[in-house]
Design a binder for this molecule. Sequence first.
Ligand code: 0X9
Ligand code: ZN
Length: 415
Amino acid sequence: MDMRSPFHKLIALVCVSTSGLGAAHAQLKKMPMPDGDAWWRVAITARNEADVQRLADCPYRLFSDNLAIGENDFIVSSNDFLNLAQMGLSYRIQNLMPAPNGFANIARDDIDFHTTYLTGAQILAQYEAWRAAYPNMISRTQIGTSRENRPIYAYRIAWGARSGSKQPSRSVFVEAGIHAREWITPATGLYIFEQFIKKVNTDRRWQRANSNVAFYMVPVLNVDGYEYSWTTDRYWRKNRRNNGNGTYGVDLNRNFSKGWGGSGSSSSSSSDTYRGPSAFSEPESAAVRNYIAAIEPPAAFLDLHSYSQLVLRPWGYVNAFSPSEATLKPIGDAMASAIAATTGKVYTSEAAYQLYIASGTTQDWEYSVYANSSWTIEMRDTGQYGFVLPADQIYPTQLEIWAAFEKMFFMSTGY
Ligand code: 0X9
Ligand code: ZN
């Protein structure tokens, strides 16, 4: 079944109309076109920047986090092959994928977030259990309401708040679940929060640091998209804005103001990198902007993503290092080393633009406003399972990202 019909056909025509038809006809004859009701992982070749832009504007699912000249990793349905060939693009079929609505995402009661992916409701229940156990130290704020009217929360830990004795003057802020299908990010957010609680309860260094630096976690920013990835489409990335033309979703990581509208984002509402009609058009991105403005200024900010195993520092929207390069590079390198020392996994430390240019990201906006230590981590893996990381990799990923978080926390705050 084509999840996007009937509008998908319309979009497909728009995609085709920009291509040269002569090449398209030749291409039609030679490319394999599987039919039936299946989803395929396909490497599509972009010959030039025009092909890159056409692919960015089409409704195909980019499965890697890279869209560039050369081969690009996509998930397409059998119905998409005709359109691909009509566009004159060559592609290589790699393997059959589970249908995005065919996953057995079974919610259980005996949940353990170290070994199981949790639904949105289960994630909140876990944070609420922590808040109930530490009512003075942990607090919750509703920072916004999603497109589909779900509450978006941030949780705060402040050791000094137990006794009301000490008010922190700075913060460290972690955001999970901005991209719906990146399930390992809320899963790792849970672990970071759990470890943080353990540390401040047992370790004097953490107590001192957390008396001065409040810790904030957004468990799932893209609450609607996350829900949709459980109920309907495991590969969903964006939020669930109704774009009014049969397409849904804005890429929240293209909807922030720094460099908004620039390259590495799309103006096409069907695209997975659709930037939205204006910066902060979405309640989810506006919630982050408003809430960070209201709390202690962040000394460090971390946006969790998957996949590719990268530790990324600004900038992402231009081909340039940030003014803080001399400070940030050693922190990013230390984060990558801490990961390697924990599980042996190799994460590359680099500036975000060195991966690819993307405009309107959370990270660039946050850095541009607060001039601080601002990070994107792309977690496991490097492509074998991609977004659908097997549950037996949750715990080792949590361990390695906690190690990176610790480095970021102390090196950015000086404690
Ligand atoms: O494209 C993104 O938003 C991030 N990758 S993902 O696959 N998780 O969607 C990476 C953003 C990092 N910033 C830049 N590359 N500029
Ligand atoms: Zn992402």
